[in-house]
Design a binder for this molecule. Sequence first.
Ligand code: HEC
Ligand code: HEC
Length: 160
Amino acid sequence: MKFRVLTLTLLAVCGLAIAAEPNYPLDAPAPDGRRAGGTITQEFTPPPLRDEENKDLKRERNYPEQPPTIPHAIRGYQVDINSNRCLACHSRANSARTQAPMISITHFTDRDSQTLGAVAPRRYFCTQCHVVQHDVKPLVKNDFENIDQLLYHENTQNQQ
Ligand code: HEC
Ligand code: HEC
């Protein structure tokens, strides 16, 4: 019995030693993604966080199913197992008092398409889908076109 424990421990230690050995050159160039330049092991100082916009202005949605961005600041709003600050304003019961738009019907529907009496578990963590607004340039190039632009291009092409 003792012998088996010893073998297992030895195996585990060897395994750890092998896992800790990096199998890439330390000066390999890092992929030019959101963190452009440098090597894989180099650490950069991240850019400072921008302030959240707090203008109460809706932004255009790129497609109808897009979660609307949050037009107000949410710093310090807690969402955990005990409380949900967002629902303090956006729930069915509270939206009249606060004049916050009520969460839509999809937020009451669970994964089995059952409409529940309160927010569905899969819609509980609001910031999984809704993000605050920032006045910043996109981090990566994006040539997304919305449906109006697509149809416009299609029509102009057909006319030629
Ligand atoms: C103190 C009340 C209050 C709290 C708390 C609050 N909101 Fe809001 N929210 C509003 C109001 C009011 C609006 C309407 C626009 C405005 O006045 O900013 C709004 C607008 C929104 C919208 C835009 C809806 C649309 O149709 O464009 C989203 C999304 C949103 N809130 C998400 C959140 C999330 C996520 C949280 C929690 C992190 C949260 N809100 C917390 C009051 C609140
Ligand atoms: C899994 C993604 C997801 C989560 C989590 C989620 N939402 Fe949404 N939300 C959406 C999408 C997508 C829309 C737009 C289409 C729709 O209504 O389903 C939306 C729409 C909204 C709207 C606009 C409603 C309207 O009638 O225009 C509000 C307000 C909102 N969400 C608030 C919240 C709050 C508050 C929470 C947390 C309790 C939350 N959402 C969690 C995806 C999500």
